[in-house]
Design a protein around this ligand. Structure first.
Ligand code: HEC
Ligand code: HEC
Length: 140
């Protein structure tokens, strides 16, 4: 079982109203499990909005302010959704393939990466790289 709900830094409890407004069955899940329960999927999606500081309509075909029943969630028309799917695939590989292969010498369990790890509440995470510390002086 993948800890999908952790990937988007999900918040428990606020998924219920949105959940009632979206279809029960999903037709276009390519990275998330196609049979994912609705409540769980909504939590992952809410995690996306919080991690990136965006709304459902940033990625999905629908009008802000209109009920979610009017949205076409299965459509891949928006570039942001297609980008998000690539990101989801990337996070899955980082967590499932790379981080699980790391054996920290401390014996600590490797942590998992989430959308928030990089995005920190913003759609464009990439800022200028921090200035590296000066090299240590020889002999110190
Ligand atoms: C950052 C982009 C992004 C945001 C924001 C987002 N979604 Fe999604 N959503 C996706 C991606 C990507 C998929 C497809 C995942 C896959 O292929 O496994 C998806 C799939 C879905 C699906 C399944 C559609 C189907 O039938 O296959 C539903 C329903 C959905 N999202 C609802 C929501 C709701 C409700 C919100 C707002 C709370 C939301 N999404 C916010 C990117 C986003
Ligand atoms: C390892 C760091 C990292 C992680 C983790 C990460 N992202 Fe990103 N993401 C980036 C970077 C860097 C860019 C900017 C790429 C560019 O602009 O060329 C980006 C760009 C995006 C974009 C395109 C921005 C736009 O304006 O359309 C979306 C959407 C997105 N990420 C969604 C996600 C989602 C959803 C997750 C979690 C499933 C995620 N990202 C996890 C680093 C990350």
């Amino acid at each position: 079982m993948e800890p999908w709900s952790k990937i988007g830094v999900a918040l428990l409890g606020c998924a219920l109203t949105a959940s009632a407004q979206i279809p029960e069955k999903f037709t276009n899940l390519k990275v998330l499990p196609p049979d994912m329960p609705r409540a769980e999927l909504v939590e992952v999606m809410k995690g996306f909005t919080r991690s990136l500081g965006v709304r459902c309509s940033t990625c999905h075909m629908g009008e802000e302010g209109k009920p979610l029943t009017t949205y076409d969630f299965a459509s891949d028309e928006k570039q942001a959704k297609r980008n998000a799917r690539l990101m989801l695939q990337m996070v899955k590989e980082i967590n499932g393939k790379h981080l699980t292969a790391v054996m920290p010498e401390s014996g600590a369990k490797p942590i998992t990466v989430t959308c928030y790890t990089c995005h920190r509440g913003s759609r464009q995470p990439a800022g200028p790289a921090p200035v590296p510390p000066p090299a240590p002086k020889a002999g110190s």
